[in-house]
Design a protein around this ligand. Structure first.
Ligand SMILES: [Zn+2]
Length: 214
């Protein structure tokens, strides 16, 4: 979930922030159990309660937080317990209750078993490849968030000048964008590094600097 640089044809034109249809599986049909992406009824019942429990425990601190931390097998992040903490805790309670974690109708895939095989056989169509540089967001199926440029520098300039979002309202500098483009080429929205919450762009940029010095 984040940003990804793609090499596309220089004349590739697609509206910015509009989903690229080649990444959208046309065979998708929701599981008839409406299982919210493959979860059992028991999971769907319990999960919101666990989320509230963890949030309350974090606010309260002390003994409550100790229990929550033990159940979730992790300390809360600066912004609170995250989705994985909720999942781990819910999973434990379901196991104690001898209840299912995944949806028995679709086996956890979240799609209708009738179309599962054609759904799985579908292959995404990437945008036409070429010499261009373009930034994409991967939080939805995938949409370009910049025009196509002929060099990484031009793309980084555009991204910093247009104050393109690296995560929410948080923007990145020219050096950070360029570091990400020429380094890993992709970045998560938010990451925890050395107990510090930072945007994935900033981390990717710092990693590519580290890479240069070694
Ligand atoms: Zn299902």
């Amino acid at each position: 979930m984040g940003r990804e640089v793609r090499r596309v044809a220089l004349d590739f034109e697609h509206p910015i922030r509009e989903r690229w249809s080649g990444f959208v599986n046309p065979h998708y049909l929701e599981c008839p159990a409406h299982c919210g992406g493959g979860y059992s009824e028991e999971y769907r019942f319990l999960e919101p309660h666990v989320r509230t429990l963890l949030r309350d425990a974090e606010k309260k601190g002390g003994a409550a937080l100790k229990i929550a931390t033990a159940l979730a097998e992790r300390e809360p992040f600066p912004f609170g317990f995250e989705g994985m903490a909720t999942y781990v805790t819910t999973e434990k309670i379901l196991a104690l209750a001898g209840a299912l974690l995944t949806c028995p109708v679709c086996g956890g895939s979240g799609v209708d078993p009738k179309i599962q095989s054609v759904y799985d056989a579908w292959v995404p169509t990437p945008p036409p490849p070429g010499d261009g540089w373009q930034m994409w967001e991967t939080t939805s199926e995938g949409s370009p968030i910049s025009p196509v440029f002929s060099t990484p520098e031009d793309l980084a300039h555009w991204l910093s000048n247009s104050r393109a979002s690296s995560f929410g309202d948080d923007t990145a500098t020219y050096e950070q964008w360029l570091g990400m483009i020429q380094g890993p080429g992709w970045a998560l929205d938010l990451v925890i590094q050395d107990d510090r919450l930072m945007t994935g762009i900033a981390l990717a940029a710092s990693q590519s600097e580290t890479g240069k010095t070694t």
